[in-house]
Design a protein around this ligand. Structure first.
Ligand SMILES: Nc1ncnc2c1ncn2[C@@H]1O[C@H](COP(=O)(O)OP(=O)(O)OP(=O)(O)O)[C@@H](O)[C@H]1O
Ligand SMILES: [Mg+2]
Length: 284
């Protein structure tokens, strides 16, 4: 058992946040579809629903969590008790309504939570399989919840759409993470575009302002085309990639997944989930 625990601690987990300045730009759909894609490649994937009060990963995956993070904070549950698996083997750490901003936790609640985090090896079902990829679906905006989840992640992916407000809000998020917290590396995913050309224009726009006013490196990761199969899949509560694997958006998601796998961790973090969780909690 101890040996197993040590093996999992040494396993490298890719810890990535999918975030945005403006709400409703497609983060949760991108996260759920990427998770489905990674799972079908044989990777062990976990989604952390970090939109703590308005999370809707479970809705999109069609699962009903019995417990959520509030039972870990206030109750006697461990992380492994609240994590659930969907029918495709995607693990989900659910959010809940009624969870306060983590910054409102008392010191003793933080200490209790840290010890819960420390018990978590990533081997939630006793299979001995550690997690390969942790996808964090953050809320939108620049609240401390959004900022700290991004800072604790090893790679940050900003989702942006062609809407001017989405671009200015993405810039505002990049700016605060850079100026206030020294974050330098960001990847950009452009969603809801009519063509690859439009996606590149949106990226260019965002990188022009960022290069002019900030000391950041912005990498273009890819795009997802506007596709009515995405809202259709939301209604059917299954990832679009599983229902419409050959649709325009699904093709884009597959390419995105490969690009993400080829990305290196710029923060040279150790890819360890306990380390991430403790770093997150210390920030609040
Ligand atoms: N590529 C796309 N083509 C068409 N519709 C899309 C696309 N991506 C997302 N949508 C639609 O946009 C809406 C918002 O998507 P989603 O909930 O994933 O955004 P979000 O960024 O997670 O929102 P929030 O900030 O509220 O968490 C949904 O109705 C979804 O169906
Ligand atoms: Mg969302």
């Amino acid at each position: 058992m101890e040996k197993q625990k040590n093996q999992n601690r040494n396993h490298y987990t890719k810890i990535i946040s999918i975030t945005s300045g403006k709400g409703g730009v497609g983060k949760t759909n991108i996260v759920c579809n990427l998770a489905y894609c990674f799972a079908s490649m044989g990777k062990r994937v976990m989604i952390m629903d970090a939109d703590l009060s308005l999370g809707n990963v479970s809705v999109i995956l069609g699962i009903i969590p019995k417990y959520n993070i509030s039972q870990v904070i206030y109750g006697n549950k461990q992380l492994k008790d609240i994590i659930i698996s969907d029918s495709n083997g995607i693990l989900v750490l659910p959010a809940s309504s009624g969870v306060p901003e983590l910054s409102n936790l008392s010191e003793s609640q933080k200490i209790a939570l840290m010890s819960r985090f420390d018990e978590f090896t990533g081997d939630i079902d006793g299979s001995g399989e550690p997690i390969d990829i942790l996808l964090i679906d953050t809320g939108a905006g620049i609240s401390s919840n959004v900022l700290y989840f991004n800072l604790a992640a090893s790679e940050i992916y900003i989702v942006v759409t062609p809407e001017p407000t989405s671009i200015t809000d993405a810039y505002a998020l990049i700016k605060v993470l850079n100026v206030k917290y020294g974050e330098k590396y960001f990847r950009v995913i452009v969603n809801n575009v009519r063509s690859e050309k439009e996606a590149k224009e949106v990226y260019k726009h965002l990188s022009l302002v960022s290069d002019k006013f900030l000391k950041v490196t912005l990498n273009y990761l890819g795009y997802v085309l506007n596709d009515e199969n995405i809202p259709r899949s939301v209604i059917m509560q299954k990832p679009a990639l599983s229902l419409f694997p050959d649709s325009k958006a699904s093709e884009c998601i597959k390419k995105l997944a490969y690009s993400i796998l080829s990305q290196k961790d710029n923060k040279i973090s150790n890819g360890n989930i306990q380390f991430f969780l403790n770093k997150l909690l210390r920030a609040f």
